[in-house]
Every structure is written in C-alpha cells, then in structure tokens.
Design a protein around this ligand. Structure first.
Ligand code: NAP
Length: 257
C-alpha cells in the first residue's frame, strides 16, 4: 500500500494523519477548502523528511468543498490519475456546527448534515467507484463516539450524521462480506473520542478526556494500519465507554454527556 487520500487535511486530525502517514512512507493526496493550509503542510512534511535524510513522499494537494458533489468525483479521479492508484481513502472532512432542534437555527444543522452526511455519501460513492475499478482499496470513515447514541442540544444533528456515516460504511462491509471483492476492499470505521483540534477548541478546558492531536491520531493511524472493522480511539477510555454509551438508560447517558 503506497498512496492515501485524506479529505479535510487542512487542520486537526486530517493534517496530523497526513504527517503520520508521511512518516510511514505513504504518498499523499490531500484536499480541503483552505489550500493555503495544504501548501504549508506539504512544505512542512517536505522539510521534515529532508531533515531526516529520507526521500520526501509525493504530495498532491487540491481544493475541495465536499458539499460540491460533482467536484468530489472529479477531484478523487484526478488524484487517482496523478498518483497512479489510491490504496486508501480517508473520509475525514467534517463540521461541528449545530443548534438545539426547533430554535430557528436550521441553517447550522443543515450545513452540518450536508457536510458530514451527504458530503460523506458523495465521497464514499467516488471512493468505491475507484476501488471497484482497481478491484482493491481501503475505505476509512471518520465517525465519532457521539454516534453511539442520540445526543442532546447542539450535538443532535452532528451525532446523527456520524451514526449515518457509520451505517453507510457498515452497509458496504456487509455487502462485501464473503464476496471476491470483499477480500481486497476493506472498510474501517473510526469512532474518535475527544482529540484536540480546531473543531473542539472550546471543549478543551472542560474535559479531562481530551488527548493531544498527536496522541489521538497515533491511535487512529494504528487502527487504520491494522485495517480493523471498527475502532473507538484512543481505546482507553473509549472502547470501554462505547457499550455503556450504547446501552445505558437515558438517565445515565444524560449524566455522562
Ligand atoms: N477532534 C475530535 O475530538 C473528533 C471527535 C470525533 C470525530 N471527529 C471527526 O474528525 C474529523 C476531523 O475533524 P477535526 O476534529 O480534525 O476538526 P477540524 O480541525 O475542524 O478539521 C475539519 C476538517 O474538515 C474540513 N472541512 C470542513 N468542511 C468541509 C467542506 N465543506 N469541504 C471540505 N472540507 C471540509 C476542514 O477543511 P477546510 O475548512 O479547509 O475545508 C478541516 O480540514 C471530522 O469528521 C470530525 O467530525 C473529531
């Protein structure tokens, strides 16, 4: 496996995945709307590799708004052409905007739904077209621990989108199970807990469960490299909390959140 496409690579988990996969020797296809950030990241990774005397990975960066669906298909195909193959595609672009339902902020919830769910659907379709053509590939979906349960207030729509993308991925895995294509096309769903990034800057002070971007992404990259089906990351404490969040009565869930 040599090349990885990461969406939402301009900050947070996506940018750090790019750094860590580059360390492992992968070529990178990076996209997001803020292309200045992608350029800075490519230069940083190039400098880092020069400093260590390793050959720098190939890095191709492109502008992509995942809510512009035609562009998702075009940009993914351009990456596949330019890098020869795409061995792994990480659907990571996401938005944490949201508001309590029925409070006049439909626009924020709609933007989150269009980015995190419909945008991810377009990315999954584009990725699977490429993997069907190649007859192989690894699809990675970045869901969230919030997908374990319906979440209150500003998290409601966000959590629903993250449950939705996890089901898209699981549906695909079920379809592929026991088929010839299922031997060469793998699907992983990651459920991150709190990992420091731009999205949760405001949460940082409030929870002792927040880990650094570097540490959280190490756990993500390790799970991706193992091609596991599902992983709560970092495993401690999230793998233990996942069944509790999924099955505990509402009164308990409400106290946990
Ligand atoms: N950090 C956590 O604790 C945590 C926990 C669970 C799940 N997640 C998930 O992890 C993923 C990465 O989030 P993060 O925490 O790293 O947040 P972040 O720092 O805000 O990064 C979000 C990334 O998504 C991109 N993005 C947003 N809207 C986009 C659009 N319309 N088109 C293309 N790219 C778009 C952003 O790039 P541009 O703005 O440049 O386009 C940015 O690169 C998200 O799916 C998030 O839901 C994060």
């Amino acid at each position: 496996m040599t090349s990885i496409l990461i969406t939402g690579a301009s900050s947070g988990l996506g940018a750090e995945m790019a750094r860590q996969f580059a360390e492992l020797g992968y070529d990178l296809a990076l996209c997001a709307r803020r292309t200045d950030r992608l350029e800075e990241l490519s230069e940083e990774i190039g400098r880092e590799h020069e400093g260590h005397g390793h050959p720098a990975p190939r890095i191709v960066g492109k502008a992509l708004d995942v809510t512009d669906h035609a562009s998702v298909f075009r940009v993914f195909d351009e990456f596949a052409d330019e890098l020869g193959t795409l061995d792994r595609i990480v659907i990571n672009a996401g938005l944490g905007k949201g508001a309590r339902l029925g409070t006049g902020r439909f626009a924020a919830n709609l933007e989150t739904a269009m980015t995190n769910f419909v945008g991810a659907l377009a990315q999954t379709e584009a990725a699977m077209e490429i993997f069907r053509r190649q007859q192989r590939g690894h699809l990675v979906m970045v869901s969230s621990m919030s997908a374990m349960r319906g979440m209150p207030s500003s998290m409601t729509t966000y959590a629903a989108t993250k449950a939705g993308v996890a089901h898209l991925a699981e549906g695909l895995r079920t379809e592929l199970y026991g088929t010839p294509l299922g031997k060469t096309v793998k699907v992983t769903v990651l459920y991150p807990g709190y990992i420091a990034s731009e999205m949760n800057e405001h949460v940082e002070q409030k929870t002792p469960l927040m880990v650094s971007t570097e540490k959280g992404v190490r756990a993500m990259v390790a799970a991706i490299e193992k091609e596991v089906g599902d992983a709560a990351v970092p495993a401690l404490p999230w793998a233990g909390l996942a069944p509790v969040m999924k099955h505990a009565p509402l009164a308990v869930v409400k106290r946990l959140i």
